[in-house]
Write a protein that binds this ligand. Structure first.
Ligand SMILES: NC(=O)c1ccc[n+]([C@@H]2O[C@H](COP(=O)([O-])OP(=O)(O)OC[C@H]3O[C@@H](n4cnc5c(N)ncnc54)[C@H](OP(=O)(O)O)[C@@H]3O)[C@@H](O)[C@H]2O)c1
Length: 261
């Protein structure tokens, strides 16, 4: 028996990195998982891993910057599995719509482009809000769990990523607002701010190995997190009935890097 037996989960950005780990762990806990991500081949790979372990998954290639793709993803979940109980808004685009990137570019405030602002916010807080609105009719009936993804970079305001920082803090604001409005429907809305190994972390390491090493040395637990060992279990907990009394919170999944009073 898993903690999420019979539940239906959508995980965006589940093709690789943190989202992939979350999709695999939610399926191990018994959820039927909609693997929603941009690149069809990685979606297929994750579905095959879950099914190979005896789990249930549905591939839903989608670009979270496109409203029609989001609508199609929720429709596919409901058509295949009947409802949506768990929504994990993990995907985040970087760069611009014309030139999407795998990691946040170095963009100083004084020259930050509106094209990058639009794409970062469209694929971040707007996509998160849209997905929350699309699943609301189902969650309103039976309660639900929404887990959104922020970043400590937004909290700290790290240099050269004003769009990303704004997007991630907007996601936290959307989450707290919905947590207050939707508590009466037994819908929990929480945020995870991760510091976890992933493709984008690896790309950052390739760009600045020393900087990333120094960053890692500042983590009290002495390492970055792992998608399956660390991110999956936290999200499974937030998706389960064990977290019924937790809402509107930001969970720092960062080995103690940013300890807030
Ligand atoms: N890793 C960290 O330490 C860290 C720190 C702070 C915050 N975060 C946040 O945590 C989340 C996951 O990060 P990550 O490091 O795992 O990222 P990642 O390695 O870059 O993986 C992101 C996943 O999202 C997908 N994706 C990107 N843009 C998309 C779009 N427009 N539509 C649909 N799918 C899209 C990617 O698909 P493709 O395979 O097609 O690229 C990929 O599967 C993000 O919200 C990120 O901002 C991560």
């Amino acid at each position: 028996m898993g903690r999420l037996d019979g539940k239906v989960a959508i995980v965006t950005g589940a093709g690789r990195g943190i989202g992939r780990g979350i999709a695999i762990v939610l399926a191990r806990e018994g959820a039927k998982v909609v693997v929603a991500s941009r690149t069809p081949s990685t979606v297929d790979e994750v579905v095959a891993i879950i099914e190979g372990e005896g789990g249930v998954a549905l591939g839903a290639p989608c670009d979270v910057g496109e409203l029609q793709d989001l609508e199609r993803t929720v429709e596919a979940a409901v058509r295949s599995f009947g409802t949506v109980d768990i929504l994990v808004n993990n995907a985040q685009g970087f760069g611009t719509k014309a030139n999407p990137l795998g990691t946040p570019p170095i963009s100083p405030v004084e020259t930050f482009s509106e094209a990058e602002w639009s794409y970062t916010l469209d694929t971040g807080p707007l996509a998160t809000l849209r997905m929350m609105q699309l699943v609301f009719p189902y969650m309103k009936e039976r309660g639900g769990k929404i887990i959104n993804f922020g970043s400590l970079r937004g909290q700290v305001g790290t240099p050269h990523g004003v769009g990303y920082n704004a997007a991630k803090e907007a996601i936290r604001a959307v989450s707290r607002t919905a947590a207050r409005e939707w508590g009466k429907h037994k819908i929990n809305v929480n945020v995870v701010n991760p510091l976890v190994e992933s493709a984008s972390m690896e790309a950052a390491r390739q760009r600045d190995a020393e900087g990333i090493k120094a960053f890692e040395l500042g983590v009290p637990m002495g390492r970055f997190g792992d998608p399956i060992r660390d991110a999956g279990p936290l999200v499974a907990f937030l998706a389960s009935s064990e977290s019924d009394f937790l809402t509107g919170m930001t969970f720092m999944l960062d080995g103690g890097y940013l300890m807030l009073p």
